[in-house]
Design a protein around this ligand. Structure first.
Ligand code: GLN
Length: 507
């Protein structure tokens, strides 16, 4: 039976439990044991988790303003009994929520994030918290204070980031599905590098309440799953207006489970500017060395996907997103600016650790932030504080905001002539541990294809589209705001046609 359980997608698990063919406890116990063995492997595991539940009853349920006042115990509802792994940065009541940072070590919040609450109200059980780059800053999960997560396809390589623990856990079969967040690519890029599905919804469609903030105008929660159907199923139960998040929205329609087999009549756009990795055009923000090429194996897999899409009845057109090559430069002003403000709250007074031996209050703040934050977080705080400082604000932040508007306008213009846009998710397959840590610009380039959609607030999904050198390649499909149903349908049809061997990296 155990191997059969591993074969079940989350949707299939939920269906089996609903029909009484499978016990919720049995499924939880099965995954708990797998997650626990990774967590207790002492260096020999993938290091996907920062905490594993002892019992399904540790699933936080909460009521109060902004919460659906469901009296349901975990194990009832449409997702009844399906275990969920949750990125560390989601506050979960009474459970460590450290955002991959030393400064929040041991922090157990008194409340639960709305996205997690929505899923537990639908019946999921909390299986584990997953490893991530500190405060979601990174593309490799090497910036975690709790050590890097390894890629189950090749343990000498990174799983991508910042939701690397979530992506690796799903790819390795240590969790049926997982929750992540995406600010500039942190769901899509690790999904691509681990050979799974990752969806960043339209900004605002999922509440950010209780997500430990990185860059509030960009952060968005979304699913990391084995297949497109599971992504739709999870999203369906996450979207909606939340009085606790003023930027959340009432999603205009129900999220449907995808069924399309063909793409007849669908117009797909391939941006000319995203056919190569021409970051020179962006001036190599931060004095970086500029571009680099899309790996040949990634390019081949992408071209194959385009042919398959045509075979399914879609038309492919070249489109233009003239400002997309500047997206990364704008992002690396805007995201650190917001982060420098959001992270000001970690001062040793209100949350987590406090450095010992301080002489006075200022010294306590300084020592706590010195000891508690890692190198990348400090870099971003300095960049952001500089960009926002008086005299520079217009030159950096103001200008980056104008670039952001131009990028949104580019997408609007493009969606007048095409329905969806296709790009590779990442220019490369999973890279080696340590390979990019010394060169932040080369790490930042990991998000070259994902950041434009984040700046525009539009939805995008990454699905596996083959292998290059034995490692997974991701295909990104993006659409206009609230086009999730169309996006999921197209991704589903492509998923069937692409025929990726899901499950090849299970441990
Ligand atoms: N890799 C990008 C960064 O480091 C995006 C991270 C994210 O989406 N959270 O900022």
């Amino acid at each position: 039976m155990s191997d059969d359980l591993l074969e079940l997608s989350a949707a299939q698990g939920a269906a089996a439990i609903a029909k009484g063919e499978l016990g919720a406890q049995e499924l939880f116990a099965f995954y708990r044991e797998r997650a626990e063995s990774d967590a207790s492997a002492d260096g020999d595991g993938l290091n996907c988790f920062t905490w594993v539940a002892d019992d399904a009853r540790q699933t936080p349920l909460q009521s109060g303003p902004g919460w659906s006042d469901s009296p349901d115990a975990p194990g009832s509802g449409p997702l009844a009994g399906v275990p969920l792994a949750v990125k560390d940065l989601f506050c979960t009541k009474g459970v460590p929520s450290q955002s991959g940072s030393r400064i929040l070590e041991g922090y157990r919040p008194p409340y639960t994030a709305s996205a997690v609450q929505a899923l537990t109200s639908a019946g999921v059980t909390l299986l584990a918290k997953t490893n991530q780059d500190e405060f979601a800053m990174g593309s490799s999960t090497e910036n975690s204070a709790y050590g890097p997560t390894l890629n189950p396809w090749d343990r000498a390589r990174v799983p991508g980031g910042s939701s690397g623990g979530s992506a690796a856990a799903v790819a390795a079969g240590l969790a049926p599905w997982a929750l992540g967040t995406d600010t500039g690519g942190s769901i899509r890029q690790p999904a691509a590098l681990c050979g799974i599905v990752g969806l960043k919804p339209t900004y605002g469609s999922v509440s950010r309440f209780g997500m430990i903030a990185f860059a509030s105008s960009l952060d968005q929660a979304g699913p990391l799953t084995r297949d497109v159907t599971d992504a739709a199923l999870m999203l369906r139960h996450m979207v909606g207006l939340d009085p606790c998040d003023a930027t959340s929205l009432d999603f205009p329609h129900e999220i449907e489970l995808p069924r399309a087999e063909r793409l007849d009549g669908l117009r797909l756009g391939v941006p000319a500017e995203l056919r190569s990795l021409d970051a020179d055009a962006a001036g190599g923000a931060g004095g970086g060395e500029g571009g680099g090429e899309i790996e040949p194996g990634v390019r081949e897999a992408f071209e194959r996907a385009l042919k398959l899409a045509e075979g399914l009845g879609a038309s492919i057109e070249e489109i233009s997103l003239p400002h997309a090559p500047h997206a990364l430069s704008a992002y690396y002003v805007l995201a650190p600016s917001e982060a420098s403000s959001n992270l000001a709250r970690f001062d040793g007074v209100r949350y987590g650790m406090r450095a010992a031996g301080a002489e006075d209050l200022l010294d306590m703040y300084t020592r706590t932030r010195h000891d508690g934050f890692g190198k990348e977080v400090k870099r971003r705080i300095m960049l952001g504080t500089y960009a926002l400082s008086s005299g520079y604000y217009e030159a950096y932040y103001g200008r980056a905001q104008r670039v952001r508007t131009k990028i949104s306008e580019d997408f609007e213009a493009a969606f007048a002539s095409v329905d969806l846009i296709l790009t590779p998710t990442s220019a490369n397959v999973a890279f080696g541990l340590g390979e990019k840590t010394a060169d932040p610009w080369s790490m930042y380039l990991s998000d070259y294809f994902t950041v434009p959609m984040s700046l525009a607030g539009i939805p995008a999904i990454s699905i596996p589209c083959g292998l290059s050198g034995g490692l997974p390649v991701g295909l990104q499909v993006a659409g206009p705001a609230f086009s999730e149903n169309r996006l999921l349908d197209a991704a589903y049809a492509l998923e069937q046609a692409l025929g990726f061997e899901e499950g090849a990296a299970r441990v």
